[in-house]
Ligand binder design. Structure first.
Ligand SMILES: *Cc1c(COP(=O)(O)O)cnc(C)c1O
Length: 460
């Protein structure tokens, strides 16, 4: 009963939106569609209800979807600011031109313009990173997981690394400190208990095989109650006494003090360096608010050794990342500028009243268009920083509670993910919530368009 490929092609060539797609591509789409449908029929997943017009309508919808670019813009209404699944930090929109020029022009990526000789791509950000963090030297790689792997491989391959048992973090995906350690060829020596580790625990673990003392920031979890960690400065003292380097994986790596906005105090990179860490690693796209990158700062001798590791070549940073990272770091040269222009910092520090105004504007805008399909109401919410930063910190926020009239909220949630600009919302107690903290001022109208599209969706 399934139509032939020829029949499918003839149907698609008559539709205005698929007619422009090349014949070869349409043929490929038809084959994929028919093969998936055949599979679904054979497995009993699809039975009796199929008719020729229905199959052709499904084909048309399938091709529209299949031919769309896969990586697309979405609206983040979850209230999680650094959302790994949604691309973590947003770059300042004004970097668009820099990105496009760097991408489509030649650059002095690895050329010293003064001498005309070969230069290093790392030079473009090293001095800035040193100025901002107080470190002697710096290096940037693909991401922080790469930074940690590279550092351990360079400093401790075949040797022992001492870490507190309470700091063996899993970031999500597959990054776990014990696994990365194993891959680097270093041997993990866990000390202390889950909730408490003392200086003496590190002391007794040190032996001639020890190469490094490692501290890992408990990014995405907190141990509360009867707890204790050894402060970095004491670990540094111990390391010095035994001639061992001390490294801290900061995870988020913040360059500004967020406690002035009433947030829980996180150690800044500057403080980590000032406390004497020989090496610190952190992400470019978490609290820093830049592109995906891994940043290593620390003592010159250590950074140079890491830089020379052949593995570095496999983890190197690309020019577009480097260009945007430099631009974002330059914003930090003036802290007010950083807070005003780096979206991650702006969203974290935005006053709740301004978030509320945006919610109010949306409710007013939506009142007419949605009056028969969805109840919308301004409500208090709490946002999260995300990205494994400040897990215990709720940010007071405002959002919109949506109760659709004709469909269930979870259905609306699903359809919102399939609109032209998909919207990721928050579901709770059969109500759909849109947190306005992560929605930019210029997205309020777009949000309404997506909501209207989702509410008008017919079951397929
Ligand atoms: C996020 C994180 C990483 C991994 O960083 P990516 O930039 O995602 O590779 C490593 N360590 C800690 C402590 C982290 O929080």
């Amino acid at each position: 009963m399934l139509p032939s490929v020829q029949h499918c092609l003839a149907h698609l060539e008559k539709q205005p939106d698929t007619a422009a797609i090349s014949g070869k591509r349409l043929l490929h789409c038809c084959r994929v569609f028919l093969s998936e449908l055949r599979q679904a029929i054979l497995s009993g997943e699809r039975a009796g209800e199929l008719t020729r017009p229905l199959v052709l309508a499904e084909l048309h919808h399938f091709v529209q979807d299949y031919h769309r670019p896969s990586l697309r813009r979405v609206i983040n209404a979850t209230g999680v600011i650094i959302h790994t699944n949604l691309g973590r930090s947003l770059l300042p929109p004004e970097l668009g031109e820099l990105l496009s020029t760097t991408a489509s022009s030649y650059s002095n990526l690895e050329l010293n313009l003064k001498t005309g000789k070969r230069g290093s791509r790392y030079n473009h950000v090293e001095a800035l990173l040193c100025e901002l963090t107080g470190a002697e030297a710096a290096l940037v790689v693909n991401n922080n997981a790469a930074a940690v792997l590279l550092a351990l491989e360079t400093l401790a391959k075949g040797k022992e690394v001492v870490v507190s048992r309470g700091q063996l973090v899993e970031i999500g995906g597959s990054f776990r400190i014990p696994d990365v350690m194993a891959r680097s060829g270093a041997k993990l020596v866990e000390v202390g208990a889950t909730n408490r580790t003392h200086l003496a625990d590190y002391q007794v673990a040190i032996n001639p095989e020890t190469a490094l003392l490692l501290k890992v920031h408990c990014s995405n979890y907190r141990i509360i109650g009867f707890t204790g960690e050894v402060p970095l400065s004491e670990l540094v003292e111990l390391g010095r006494a035994h001639g061992l380097p001390v490294m801290e994986d900061l995870g988020s790596g913040c360059l500004v003090d967020l406690s002035r906005f009433g947030l829980i105090k996180e150690p800044t990179v500057q403080e980590t360096i000032a406390a004497g860490a020989d090496l610190a690693t952190f992400s470019g796209d978490k609290l820093l608010g830049g592109p995906q990158a891994g940043i290593l700062v620390g003592r010159k001798e250590i950074i140079r050794r890491i830089q020379k590791n052949p593995l570095n070549r496999a983890l190197r940073i690309d020019k577009l990342t480097l260009a945007t990272l430099e631009a974002v770091l330059r914003l930090y040269l003036n802290e007010e500028e950083a807070f005003a222009r780096i979206p991650t910092l702006r969203m974290i520090s935005e006053e709740a009243d301004l978030v509320k105004d945006r919610g109010q504007r949306f409710v007013e805008l939506a009142a007419g268009p949605l009056k028969d399909t969805c109840h919308v109401e301004l409500c208090r919410m709490s946002s999260l920083v995300g990205g494994g930063a400040l897990p215990a910190q709720d940010l007071v926020s405002w959002g919109v509670a949506c109760k659709p009239v004709h469909i269930k909220a979870h259905q609306l949630e699903r359809w919102l993910r399939q609109t032209t600009i998909p919207v990721l919302a928050k579901m709770e107690h059969d109500t759909l919530y849109l947190d306005m903290r992560t929605i930019a001022a210029n997205e309020v109208e777009l949000l309404l368009v997506s909501l209207q599209q989702a509410l008008a969706q017919k079951t397929l």
